[in-house]
Ligand binder design. Sequence first.
Ligand SMILES: Nc1ncnc2c1ncn2[C@@H]1O[C@H](COP(=O)(O)OP(=O)(O)OP(=O)(O)O)[C@@H](O)[C@H]1O
Ligand SMILES: [Mg+2]
Length: 245
Amino acid sequence: MADKRVTSGIKGLDEMLNGGFLPGSMVLVRGAPGTGKTSLALQFLIYGAVKHNEPGLLISFEEFPSSLYRDAESLGWDLKELEASGRLHLMFTSPEVFLASLEFPDSRLNRLILEANIRRLALDSVTHFNRLTDDAQELRCIYTSVANSLRRERITAILLGEEGRAEYRRAFQGGLSFIVDVIILLRYVEIESAMQRAIVVLKMRGSNHAKEIRHYEIGQGGLTILETFKGCEGLLSGIPHRARP
Ligand SMILES: Nc1ncnc2c1ncn2[C@@H]1O[C@H](COP(=O)(O)OP(=O)(O)OP(=O)(O)O)[C@@H](O)[C@H]1O
Ligand SMILES: [Mg+2]
């Protein structure tokens, strides 16, 4: 039987993913500041909650709650209303508290996951784990413990990774790219003196996926995937140039 895919809520992205994520996948979304990582994660959670009645949980190490509500409102989303209806849960915490709570079946986090039947989760962002240790082995243990907890509950999870921060490179020492099932890259590219946004699926375990690099925009309703970049090479190196005819 074909796997029922978990749709991302972003039509063009689902096409790139051959229909969506495989259930229970761990997805790493990498991108520089402002590329739209938090927006993509919210879109995934809100779509699941509203269209599929799948309760979602956002765990943020990141934003002040007030700025998250404000940013979401600018994209047309009323997070307070979704929270009040029990379809979306937001948890503002620290990496330390989050990791400790994974260990305790009776923690607020684990009770919420079970009682609210959380099916979709987003973690904003995993880069914060990197400041907990300088030891690559220990970092790998942290990622593995997060992955095991999520996989145990068969939750489809989006982990956000901030590129450009010095700590980010250490995430690779922790083997994060090997632990996750899917990697999506969000990039700024400069073409003829204009900044454009590019999205690509780098890896998807257990499934075929599009290899092309596509434009996207952010606005009301979140991310919109546009056409494929044509006639350019070197987009991912950050030094695009025209393809030779
Ligand atoms: N209403 C809007 N209309 C158009 N663009 C918007 C709107 N709201 C946000 N954006 C764009 O989205 C970007 C921020 O998106 P988001 O916060 O999801 O990025 P991020 O990758 O999570 O950033 P950070 O790394 O700083 O957390 C803004 O820089 C802006 O360009
Ligand atoms: Mg963000």
